[in-house]
Design a protein around this ligand. Structure first.
Ligand code: NAD
Length: 492
């Protein structure tokens, strides 16, 4: 077992209570890491350290350019350690090493992009409508940010919070998922190496109720950035509301991938498969509802089954593997339950449909990639997020019907449209209620492009230039150079 420690106030420490918990490798079923089990006492120490670092010492005195350079240095260190970081993530969540390594190699871009923005946050002088008065707007950091991340892309989703929050001059306490703490603790080592002052970046490991809740409720936390389930997000929103903390929530989805008869069907088939089965379906943006025009329904389904039938399940560390295990035991249970629900609702299973019995998959948490046809959009299997390798197929006849089906969900995270018709490519994104719409593509993200949800998929946006303003507060300053208060009882 590898032993990890938390990083609080520039120190490496065990939990105050001395307890630890194990992290399991989902590909082998074996526990591999020993992680400190923090609680509200550790949270309090970390938040106080972050608050101190925000109000005194080198961080608030540092120029924005110097802050940006630190983030650049951190980006370089991440690039140099991409392999180590990827290995830890694969061991924790079982996603393909190729995907995790790709993410780790891309991660530095967030630190370069937001680091570069640190000294470009300009205020403005206002041509204010008050004679003799001088007015300007400045943008100021909020204070201590609490960043709470899920297990599916642990560091990528933490980075979407860490990079803009620190670039804006805040300090941060990160709480990784209890299923995937290791890579965030290695990141803390790199933060220390980069020379980020003590207390600016802290990591408290542990469970949602023990660490996440007290972190959100802590009176010295100014801003909460959460990525996770609807249930977690609802609790976070309620708890943060008690003292009006700023909140962003990146939650679930049931995203539609819409294929029209005029699409390049071969490309669409590949896009649909990678949209839902990559990362074993465990991405918030998974295109888990395939809406397909009836005229090409059978052809497309047949091609999906053919292509997916050849997919290799197995060890995520093996470069020839196409689909890895489901990441956690509760997730495995959930996926199997939804396969049952789909059958009971009358959907027809045309591929997979259960736990994998392939050689090499016996001990891990493997589920066969599963496709259900004969689904209608009112079924639970079409409305509820499964977060696993499960695709439901729903036919439609007209464009209007496709739009209505795509929007008939509580979620609004993402959608894909596959078409060869330029007019449709240009007009459909506007009609679909989702934070991201891809046309003839799926599951593309960039540090430059805003990401977030409509409706129940969340609040706020990460990435893109405006994301940094989610970690800043506008301040309005009036300066009266020559006070002449004519009548103190009338506001001027
Ligand atoms: P989760 O809600 O169970 O946990 C997410 C994090 O929140 C964990 O660190 C957990 O410990 C913590 N947490 C749980 N309860 C909490 C509480 N009451 N207060 C504070 N923190 C709490 O979610 P998960 O299972 O780790 O992640 C999967 C979910 O995340 C899926 O629903 C998926 O769609 C969503 N997700 C969304 C995005 C996005 O950008 N929209 C990205 C990835 C994952």
């Amino acid at each position: 077992m590898e032993r990890f420690r938390m990083y609080i106030g520039g120190e490496w420490c065990a939990a105050v209570g001395g307890e630890t918990f194990a992290s399991m490798n989902p590909a082998t079923g074996e526990n591999w890491a020993d992680i400190p089990k923090g609680d509200s006492r550790d949270v309090d120490i970390a938040v106080r350290a972050a608050h101190r670092a925000f109000t005194e010492g080198p961080w608030p005195a540092m120029t924005a350019s110097a802050r940006g350079m630190l983030l650049h240095r951190l980006g370089d260190l991440i690039a140099q350690n991409a392999e180590r970081l990827a290995d830890l993530e694969v061991r924790d969540n079982g996603k393909l090493r190729a995907e995790m390594l790709g993410q780790m190699k891309y991660l530095p871009q967030w630190f370069y992009y937001f680091g570069g923005m640190a000294d470009k946050i300009e205020g403005a002088v206002t041509p204010i409508d008050k004679p003799g008065m001088f007015h300007y707007v400045s943008y100021e950091p909020l204070g201590v940010v609490a960043a709470i991340a899920p297990w599916n892309s642990p560091l990528l989703l933490a980075t979407w919070k860490i990079a803009p929050a620190l670039a804006a001059g805040n300090t941060i306490v990160v709480k990784p998922s209890e299923f995937s703490s290791a890579s965030t603790l290695l990141l803390a080592e790199l933060v220390e190496q980069a020379g980020v002052p003590a207390g600016v970046f802290n990591v408290v490991t542990g469970f949602g109720l023990d660490v996440g809740e007290p972190l959100v409720k802590h009176p010295l936390v100014a801003r909460v950035a959460f990525t996770g389930s609807d249930a977690g997000g609802r609790r976070v929103y309620q708890n943060a509301a008690a003292d009006f903390k700023r909140v962003s929530l990146e939650l679930g989805g049931k995203s539609a991938n819409v294929v029209f008869e005029d699409a390049d069907l071969e490309e669409a088939a590949k896009g649909v498969l990678s949209g839902v089965f990559a990362a074993t379906g465990q991405t918030c943006m998974a295109g888990s509802r395939l809406l397909v025009q009836r005229s090409v329904h059978d052809r497309l389904v047949q091609r999906l089954v053919e292509l997916m039938g050849d997919a290799r399940l197995g060890d995520p560390l093996d470069p020839s593997t196409h689909v890895g295990p489901v990441s956690t035991p509760p997730q495995l249970e959930k996926v199997l339950q939804y396969i049952d629900i789909a059958r009971r609702e009358g959907a027809r299973c045309v591929l997979g449909g259960g736990r994998s019995t392939r050689p090499g998959c016996e001990k891990g948490l493997f589920v066969e990639p599963t496709i259900f046809t004969g689904v209608n959009n009112r079924m639970r299997i079409a409305q509820e997020e499964v977060f696993g390798p499960l695709l439901v197929v729903i036919p439609f006849d007209t464009e209007d019907e496709a739009v209505a089906l795509a929007n008939d969900t509580q979620y609004g995270l993402a959608a894909g449209v596959w078409t060869g018709d330029m007019e449709r490519a240009l007009t459909l994104p506007k009609r679909i209620q989702a934070g991201t719409v891809w046309v003839n593509a799926y599951r593309v993200v960039s540090y430059m492009a805003p990401f977030g949800g409509f409706k129940s998929s969340g609040i706020g946006r990460e990435n893109g230039q405006r994301a940094i303003y989610e970690y800043l507060e506008a301040k309005s300053v009036y300066i009266n150079p020559k006070p002449r208060i004519a009548n103190p009882f009338v506001l001027g």
